[in-house]
Design a protein. Structure first.
Ligand code: DX5
Ligand code: ZN
Length: 218
């Protein structure tokens, strides 16, 4: 299985965003996690299309776009054009989930589907074959720097089991509260794409990326 660390730029210094991205790239990250928050699905507002298009010009990192918005379906085409490589939408925000997931594929992006901590993995039973990645939120979405919710590891395990039973090579991403103390537990449960915001951008970015990658890959 391929393991990737996906640094979340929500925790970066926005006045110095380009430099921050160069730092994670130099340290060996291949993915970049970009959180889109609309102030409605989640309480805060983060960033939008202009930020993605401008950083797209600067880096070839794989853009892992996580949409936390009330109407993610309406935003997909614009994010695809701005340079997203993978777009993840929340089950909780998609009444016509199948249609939304197919739209992401049609626009040329990899397809991700996310569930909040309180949402059961069973809602994903029918769509596992049409997605590339499942994102198991390990905090309630909305802010960086929150504490990891331990029961979510069990959901990672359940999705990994479901994928194995069906012979699917599915990526499983975890997002929220992942740091050097919590990463091992989610990797053991079957996650292979690890988002980290504050654990990457607080302190020495180069050392943080290397330490987290080291734990994932051993
Ligand atoms: C939370 C966001 C996360 C956030 C993670 O709603 O989806 O991607 O940036 O931040 P940390 O790693 O600090 O919990
Ligand atoms: Zn996220």
């Amino acid at each position: 299985m391929e393991y990737q660390l996906s640094p979340s730029i929500l925790a970066a210094d926005f006045s110095n965003l380009g430099e921050e991205i160069t730092k994670v790239e130099r340290a060996g990250a291949r993915w970049l996690h970009i959180d889109i928050m609309d102030g409605q699905f989640v309480p805060s507002i983060s960033m939008g299309i202009p930020v993605i298009s401008s950083i797209r010009k600067r880096t070839d990192l794989f853009f892992d776009v996580h949409i936390m918005a009330l109407d993610p379906t309406a935003l997909i085409e614009d994010f695809a054009k701005a340079g997203a490589d993978l777009i993840t939408v929340h089950v909780e925000a998609c009444p016509n989930l199948d249609r939304t997931l197919r739209l992401i594929r049609e626009k040329g992006c990899k397809v991700g589907v996310a569930i909040n901590p309180a949402t059961s993995v069973h809602v994903l039973e029918n769509v596992l074959e049409i997605v590339d990645m499942v994102l198991i939120m390990t905090v309630n979405p909305g802010f960086g720097g929150q504490a990891y919710i331990p029961y979510c590891a069990n959901k990672v395990r359940q999705i990994r089991e479901m994928a194995k039973e069906r012979n699917l090579t599915l990526d499983i991403e975890v997002d929220g509260g992942i740091n050097k103390n919590t990463i091992q537990e989610v990797v053991d449960a079957g996650a292979n794409i690890i988002v980290a915001g504050s654990a990457v951008f607080q302190g020495d970015v180069d050392a943080n990326v290397k330490e987290l990658k080291g734990i994932m890959e051993r």
